[in-house]
Ligand binder design. Structure first.
Ligand SMILES: Nc1ncnc2c1ncn2[C@@H]1O[C@H](COP(=O)(O)OP(=O)(O)O)[C@@H](O)[C@H]1O
Ligand SMILES: [Mg+2]
Length: 315
């Protein structure tokens, strides 16, 4: 379980809005704070990583945003130019223009071409050992299978040559559970849990990547246990409530209602969590992150979530 950060390449995915970027950033932050040299790559480029690390906007060219933590934004065109420079020894960016046009055509015609550039860039960083760990704030669960399966898709089209050599070593890296893992983020709600269960099945059947863990984000704290619940029930009894109001000197009903709502919410959420635990392979650890009751999310919440993740991983 605590070998998660010993892997080389972690893809973080999940339904939109569940906390992919928050979890990916906190994982990277945690690894860096443990002394690892980390690259955090935002694939859908909304710029949320910069906000969570309170750094200037990220770009394709990575930048050290906090000690040991480098951040970048994926850009398929830049990735292609880099690929061509490295592999075809095309010396000047200017000469790439026509190739880029041809590529754009190819990318829209053949499945997996755009994806292979994204995965290729990330695998390249791992292979060259520029970093101890590469964390990818990847695409949402609807598109992640296409991304992870891109090397196979391209392999099935190309049998020999340069491209085949490329996809072969990438596949090897992606297939090795010691090197590569997928982290699925969800919240304890019906739809995100259903989507996570479906995702786990598709990842198993359609990709060679290993599901390394499921992060359950926004878990509500337990307000009280069974014993306190008895006290609470007593407080809501009409005679006791009336006396309580007299003592407090104002209406206590809204407070008691709020507490009841919190308990109900937590209960319904635990039903979804049970469903998740039953459906996911028992060897895949579930990591729980608390709901953060704060208005703004930045370095402070990133640090907080990194600490929670560290505790869940047993560090
Ligand atoms: N544990 C949490 N508690 C409260 N709010 C959270 C938590 N995790 C994420 N959020 C908030 O939820 C929103 C979506 O999170 P984000 O990481 O951007 O999700 P995604 O990348 O999956 O779209 C953001 O506003 C973020 O600040
Ligand atoms: Mg995001």
């Amino acid at each position: 379980m605590n070998d998660l950060l010993d892997k080389k390449l972690l893809f973080v995915t999940g339904k939109g809005g569940v906390g992919k970027t928050s979890v990916a950033t906190s994982l990277a932050f945690l690894a860096a704070s443990r002394g690892q040299r980390v690259l955090l790559c935002e694939v859908d480029g909304k710029g949320d990583v910069a906000g969570l690390l309170e750094s200037p906007p990220t770009a394709f060219k990575e930048r050290e945003v906090s000690p040991g933590l480098f951040a970048m934004t994926m850009d398929t065109e830049e990735a292609m130019k880099e690929y061509l420079r490295l592999n075809l020894r095309v010396p000047f960016a200017g000469r790439i223009g026509p190739v880029a046009k041809a590529f754009d055509f190819l990318a829209s015609a053949a499945p997996g071409v755009r994806e292979i550039l994204v995965v290729g860039k990330l695998c390249y960083e791992v292979r060259e050992a520029h970093y101890d760990l590469v964390v990818v704030d990847a695409t949402a669960s609807g598109h992640i299978v296409g991304l992870l399966a891109a090397p196979q898709a391209v392999n099935s089209l190309v049998k020999v040559g340069l491209i085949r050599n490329q996809t072969d070593w990438m596949l090897e890296m992606l297939t090795d559970p010691a090197q590569t893992g997928l982290v699925a983020v969800c919240t304890p709600e019906e739809m995100p849990v259903t989507e996570t269960i479906e995702l786990a099945g598709r990842v198993r059947n359609e990709t060679t990547v290993n599901l390394a863990s499921v992060v359950v984000n926004r878990v509500l704290p337990e307000l009280f246990g069974t014993q306190e619940e008895e006290v609470f029930e007593t407080l809501t009894r009409p005679d006791v409530a009336a006396e309580l109001e007299l003592l407090v000197g104002s209406d206590t009903a809204p407070v008691l209602e709020a507490a009841r709502l919190a308990v109900t919410l937590r209960r319904t959420r635990s039903v979804h969590l049970d469903r998740l635990r039953e459906a996911i392979d028992p060897s895949v650890p579930l990591l729980y992150l608390p709901y953060l009751f704060t208005r703004s999310h930045g370095l402070r919440t990133t640090r907080q979530t990194a600490t929670s993740l560290g505790e869940e991983l047993g560090y």
